[in-house]
Design a protein around this ligand. Sequence first.
Ligand SMILES: Nc1nc2c(ncn2[C@@H]2O[C@H](COP(=O)(O)OP(=O)(O)O)[C@@H](O)[C@H]2O)c(=O)[nH]1
Ligand SMILES: [Mg+2]
Length: 245
Amino acid sequence: MKKIVIAGRNDAGKSTILGEIYKGLKNKGYQPLAVGSGVQDEKPYLHKGIDVNYLHIAVPEPGWDVVEDIERVIRDVLNKIEEKNKLIIHARRALEDLNKVRSVLELGSLTQRDIPKPAELPNVFLIEAVGINDGYKSIESRELADILVTIIPANIKGEIILEAGNVLLDEADIIVVTKIDETPRDVTSTTVKMLKRIYPYKPIIPVVATQGVHMDLVTEEILKLMIDPLILIDKAEQHRDTKKH
Ligand SMILES: Nc1nc2c(ncn2[C@@H]2O[C@H](COP(=O)(O)OP(=O)(O)O)[C@@H](O)[C@H]2O)c(=O)[nH]1
Ligand SMILES: [Mg+2]
């Protein structure tokens, strides 16, 4: 199952973007699981309407990132949903049996309405990396992600983009530029032009995350990476090549 990692600086808009991508993928028939990296992530997720069944906040120890412990977190969440589903199926069977007895006694049957349906298991993971302060240098997210979405606020200082070793930008599959609504137009334009010059082949998408403006374009790029087999072959080859060197 694909893991989409949302990475970037503190306050860049990661949680807000994650909520939007959740909605976008859900509308396309996927059931995402959202994994946040701290209590501060929960509110924006709920605000964007993420179902609590598919929301998990993992709080990593100081100095660690949730992405480093993700396999365990995912397994735990899947187990929990499966356990709950078993109980639901059990309750439904018990009620059926009870209704058989009631029917023999001519008591009329009780309704299943109050027992929820078993929950669909998630089929794509949305993971918010811990926010960073040090440029865009953090390799763990790339190692974990099938699709790496890096968030950069429009008002970021040019020096930060130009720094060497910004792994999260160099390795991003998609770069999302946030807060274009509260950033002067010339500043946004400088940021986007600089990114386009350094990364001419990457999708670079300016958005207003809080209002969902242009978020459909972000979802579209993600879907392309999820379903286009040619892109997937390219990625596998890149992976092999980086391993060789
Ligand atoms: N005006 C504006 N505010 C935004 C945008 N994206 C995020 N924010 C706000 O920025 C703050 C941090 O957002 P959050 O998603 O929690 O960032 P995170 O720390 O990277 O997860 C919140 O107050 C958001 O409402 C945007 O595109 N425009
Ligand atoms: Mg957050």
